[in-house]
Write a protein that binds this ligand. Structure first.
Ligand code: AHG
Ligand code: MN
Ligand code: MN
Length: 338
């Protein structure tokens, strides 16, 4: 392939910076740090099979889940890339119990941005060579510049996100992100280590025919969700929808955004508040979903308007094609709120 016609992610980021006359370049450097970390994690993910780094660490994170080796590695890579460059004043990660305060090397606590991330999403799939991802979300701090970040800087509703995105380490590696002006996707050319703009202005179809849910949990689904799943399988549609569930949110969402579909992780018996994390997974995916024309809800509330109360908060999530999300919400309204 002749890549020289395609815009690189580096060029794209710089072009966008020029749209902001007062830009200090800090945000541009922050995105560049994420781009670099993505390439480093990609290298580790690709050699996972040969480098004996597959498998559980034997430790558990705060949520009692087995931490995989690559979880730890990806977490370290992103934290290092972000802290070495004076581009953030704080980081919250799914893999860390508490947020990290970062002090600027040049001047005390001068950075404006905080990053929240799921460094490796879908990590239980690593051992079986299934696509995994990284999810990130960027906010401006609300505490004054010059002081250490505080919890409130991280507990902002998703509507305050300055940018959000994911990296999918799949059959090819892509970085997909939004700053609130649509969604753009960049594919890594592994031979020269450059991301190229391959998917400009991504739009999720209004209607789709793929539904993604862990149906093994169906005994604990509400009557509304059960009714929606019947609808997915029924002959009311031209033909039954296809069930596709990879078990890594990034991969399932990415496919649904391109092909048209809905991703659902409702409350279940074992996860009564839902399984996915509001700050590290649901808000960034919701921002991308809305920016591509879709809807993201917890069933009744817009995900991005939920006021977070704790870092590792979980919420039920339904996101994807607007037509499909409206259908499931309508059935939940009819059957669950009686
Ligand atoms: P993580 O690997 O970061 O813990 O996230 C896993 C999440 C999400 O990516 C995925 O969609 C979901 O958990 C799968 O959960 P089930 O195995 O319960 O279906
Ligand atoms: Mn995850
Ligand atoms: Mn994770």
């Amino acid at each position: 392939m002749n890549n020289s016609n395609f815009q690189t992610l580096g060029e794209f980021i710089i072009d966008k910076q020029e749209d902001f006359s007062l830009s200090t370049g800090e945000f541009t450097r922050l995105l560049s740090a994420i781009r670099l970390a993505a390439k480093l994690v990609n290298k580790e993910v690709n050699k996972a099979g040969i480098a004996n780094i597959i498998g559980a660490m034997g430790s558990e994170n705060i949520q009692g889940e087995n931490q995989q080796k690559l979880d730890v590695l990806a977490n370290d890579i992103f934290i290092n890339a972000l802290t070495q460059r004076d581009v953030v004043c704080g980081i919250a990660s799914e893999e860390n119990d508490d947020f990290i305060i970062i002090n600027n090397k040049k001047q005390d606590h001068q950075s404006k941005y905080v990053v929240l991330m799921d460094p490796l999403d879908g990590s239980s799939n690593i051992d079986v060579n299934v696509s995994v991802g990284t999810i990130f979300s960027i906010y401006k701090r609300i505490s004054p510049v010059g002081s250490p970040v505080i919890l409130e800087d991280f507990l902002q509703p998703g509507t305050e996100q300055v940018a959000a995105g994911y990296i999918i380490y799949g059959s090819s590696t892509m970085l997909v992100y939004t700053t609130g002006n649509g969604v753009n996707g960049f594919t890594l050319d592994p031979e020269i280590g450059t991301f190229y703009l391959s998917h400009p202005n991504m739009k999720i179809p209004e209607k789709g025919s793929i539904y993604s849910i862990n149906e093994g949990n169906s005994k604990s689904f509400s009557p509304g969700i059960t009714a929606y799943l019947e609808h997915c399988k029924s002959s009311e549609n031209k033909k039954p929808y296809s069930a596709r569930y990879i078990g890594s949110l990034v991969s399932d969402f990415h496919r649904n955004m391109i092909k048209g579909g809905i991703y659902m992780y409702p409350a279940t018996e074992s996860s009564p508040k839902g399984k996915l994390r509001l700050l590290y997974e649901c808000n960034p995916i919701a921002f991308l979903c809305e920016q591509s024309g879709g809807i993201a809800t917890d069933g009744t509330n817009r995900i991005m308007e939920i006021i977070p109360s704790e870092l590792h908060q979980r919420v039920p999530v339904f996101c994807g094609c607007s037509g499909m999300v409206k259908d499931v919400m309508q059935l939940m309204e009819i059957h669950d709120n009686a």
